[in-house]
Design a protein around this ligand. Structure first.
Ligand code: GLA
Length: 694
């Protein structure tokens, strides 16, 4: 399949292959160190560094005064050494003078505390003073460096909303009222959709509406949900403002911002990704998660979903420990390589880190880096150098695409709504349920794209919707049409319940999906931590069950009809409904892993979706398809050698003997597959990327 040039392809062409490097913060170090930096960067095979993320106070030491000397020298030095630059707009960390001049621009918490300076992202997203200062800085940066030969792309801000997404100050309140007037036009409409007649909250004037600040009891859910949307939109407006300036002054350079995937609930990642020329994400392993590599794969598939199936960049991850988790576990030898190559397997064309040189001072000095405190005589440094060499040897995979037959619907709006106050169970958490379904697919080696519910689904053979508590009318119609036209859909518990405004859909749950699923829910039956229900295969259900009345669906699995069957004993637990030319499954509980895997396996088999390879448990397999070849990535998460039947050539030194690829424990093998292997694969429908590229 030929893909027209994507902006990331322009970058990787300029770099001669996979982007490799990290955040480079030269302002932390004296000039002599910069020379050593570039020498060691070359030694490690670094091709791209992100410069300027935290440079604002150096570039603009005082209001109205710019000093370019540091950046001029650093960019020239990097260029002389053949290292390209992803130039940050530096707006993520306003300097102290800015806060002093504009104390009103500091964010305010829900309890009314105005935050002090002393960290980063100390600004209210709606502050006009911040907007003016940031736009002026971006204009000056773009004007100065648009034509600098080292600069190959722009890095807008840094992790929008990481620390300041929700501000409750009076400026935000005023901006919120304007946002609401645009959205609802009349107060009557707002009152109706927010249900303000409950608890006597009816508004008679727009000025009466405040942000959902701390109050006596539960806040109005319509208000709170819209405050999430408003807050995300305010930052998105800042992103657009910066991007517009960059595109006007430097139209030849692509623009990105590092989106945080599931690490960031407060901003709608899909919306930010859609506003970039190329998608880049940050990922950090949750140290408390023994299967952190599944979280990694999930986020990589979310990045690819956000990129419309195109290659994307891993803008940040860590060489070893981070410094912001309760216990910052160091990576094991080989783990950084495995993490990096897994991102590559799942469509990354760039592998970058925070940060190049580990800080000596400041808030992140205990965060690992490419060049650690221990210097070049260290395990991390040797692995960083080895990874650079390996990525150089794998350069031919750049531009190839991962083709997914399955879409997993992932939505920030439903995440916000599900976790508002006063729900049936505070224990049902969005990411947990998403992870259950993702893990079932991952275990079966079935690759999926994580896309929003409104995404074009026509190319996907199967769709899973783990937990769409909130479903808009148009997205509900969209899913119904997908199935009607022959799609295979599986829906998880507590889905299709409320509309865009968190209002219950009338006529019995799940209002948006009743007909499609062929059932009605009599009652939701959340389980206490100490309780469980049983399925008819004897497996235990925790957290959530539902009493379902079939209305045409077939029962695939029931709750056990025994005393410990739980509150819906004997009733449907998994159902299947034929609708139009397709099928819609429903899970009426938070399914235990084995039952969920079986559901997903059957769904995929019926939809004609095959695993990437048949391999023993713990062997992760992903395929990238290029113009001339396909590339099979085999990742061994077990403690023993795993032997996989392949047809092709091992890359970067991997040895294939007699059609078998031995993958060592914790190792990765990349195989350039023979044509025969490629043509033996089941024919895939066009992926999302094919569609969006045409
Ligand atoms: C985020 C930020 C970086 C750094 C890292 C540390 O991803 O973008 O500036 O703080 O976290 O993990």
């Amino acid at each position: 399949m030929n893909h027209p040039a994507h902006p990331l392809t322009g970058v990787t062409r300029a770099l001669g292959g996979i982007a490799y490097g990290g955040d480079y913060n030269p302002e932390q170090w004296p000039r002599e160190v910069w020379r050593e930096d570039v020498r060691l960067m070359r030694e490690a095979g670094v091709t791209l560094v992100t410069v300027g993320v935290f440079s604002w106070s150096r570039i603009q030491p005082r209001s109205g005064t710019y000093d370019w000397s540091l950046l001029d020298e650093v960019l020239d030095l990097l260029y002389e050494h053949g290292i390209a630059v992803d130039l940050a707009t530096a707006t993520a960390a306003p300097p102290p003078w800015f806060t002093r001049q504009h104390p009103e621009a500091r964010p305010v918490t829900a309890s009314g505390t105005r935050l002090a300076h002393g960290s980063r992202q100390v600004f209210c997203p709606s502050s006009p003073a911040y907007a003016e200062a940031a736009d002026a800085l971006v204009t000056a940066m773009a004007t100065r460096y648009a034509a600098h030969p080292a600069v190959v792309m722009w890095h807008v801000h840094n992790e929008w909303g990481n620390h300041n997404a929700l501000c409750y100050c009076e400026t935000s309140a005023e901006a919120f009222r304007v946002w609401l007037q645009e959205r609802y036009k009349t107060l009557d409409a707002l009152n109706d959709l927010w249900g303000t007649d409950f608890w006597s909250q009816r508004y008679g004037d727009w000025a009466e509406i405040d942000p959902p600040r701390d109050t006596t009891a539960f806040r109005n859910p319509g208000l709170e949900l819209d405050y999430h949307r408003f807050s995300s939109d305010e930052l998105l407006a800042r992103h657009h403002a910066e991007t517009d300036i960059l595109r006007r002054i430097a139209p030849h350079l692509p623009v990105t911002t590092n989106v945080m995937g599931t690490l960031e609930k407060k901003v709608d990642g899909h919306a930010f990704a859609a506003a970039c020329d190329l998608v880049s994400v940050d990922h950090y392993l949750p140290a408390a998660d023994p299967d952190g590599h599944i979280d990694l794969a999930l986020n990589a598939d979310l990045a690819r979903g956000m990129a419309g199936g195109h290659p994307w960049m891993l803008m940040e991850h860590s060489t070893s420990a981070v410094n912001w988790q309760p216990v910052n576990v160091a990576k094991q030898p080989g783990e950084m390589r495995r993490n990096s190559l897994t991102h590559l397997a799942r469509g990354a064309d760039g592998v970058m880190f925070f940060q190049w040189r580990q800080s000596r001072a400041g808030a992140e000095k205990w965060h690992s880096a490419m060049l650690p405190h221990a210097g070049t005589e260290s395990r991390v440094w040797s692995e960083v150098k080895a990874l650079g060499a390996e990525l150089a040897a794998l350069g031919e995979v750049t531009g190839s695409h991962v083709r997914s037959d399955v879409a997993l619907l992932f939505d920030w709006h439903t995440w916000w709504a599900l976790e508002l106050q006063a729900r049936p169970s505070q224990h049902l958490r969005y990411l947990d349920v998403v992870r259950d379904w993702y893990e079932a697919l991952w275990t079966l080696n079935i690759t999926c794209d994580l896309v929003p519910p409104g995404a074009d689904l026509t190319g996907y053979r199967a769709v899973v919707a783990p937990n769409l508590y909130l479903l808009s009318d148009s997205d509900a119609d969209h899913l119904t049409r997908y199935v009607d036209q022959g799609g295979h859909l599986a829906v998880g518990c507590f889905s299709g319940v409320v509309d865009t405004y968190d209002r219950i859909r009338p006529g019995g749950h799940p209002g948006a999906l009743r007909e499609l699923l062929g059932l009605v829910i009599d009652e939701y039956l959340p389980l206490r931590t100490q309780d469980h229900a049983l399925l008819d295969d004897g497996s235990r259900v925790h957290q959530w069950a539902e009493r379902v009345e079939p209305r045409g669906c077939t029962l695939v699995r029931r709750f056990a009809d025994t005393a410990d069957g739980g509150p819906a004993r004997g009733g449907p637990a998994i159902t299947r409904n034929t609708f139009g030319r397709g099928t819609a499954w429903y899970a009426a509980c938070r399914l235990p892993a084995r039952a969920l895997r079986e559901l997903v396996r059957t769904l995929c088999a019926e939809a004609g979706v095959a695993p990437v390879v048949h391999a023993p448990p713990g062997l992760e397999a992903v395929r990238r398809s290029g113009r001339d070849h396909t590339y099979l990535f085999l990742i061994n998460h077990t403690l023993s050698m795993v032997d996989v039947a392949v047809s092709g050539t091992g890359l970067a030194g991997a040895v294939i003997t007699e059609g078998r690829a031995p993958v060592p424990p914790g190792g990765i093998v990349v195989v350039r597959e023979d044509d025969a292997a490629t043509s033996a694969r089941p024919q895939c429908p066009p992926s999302a990327s094919d569609r969006s590229a045409s």
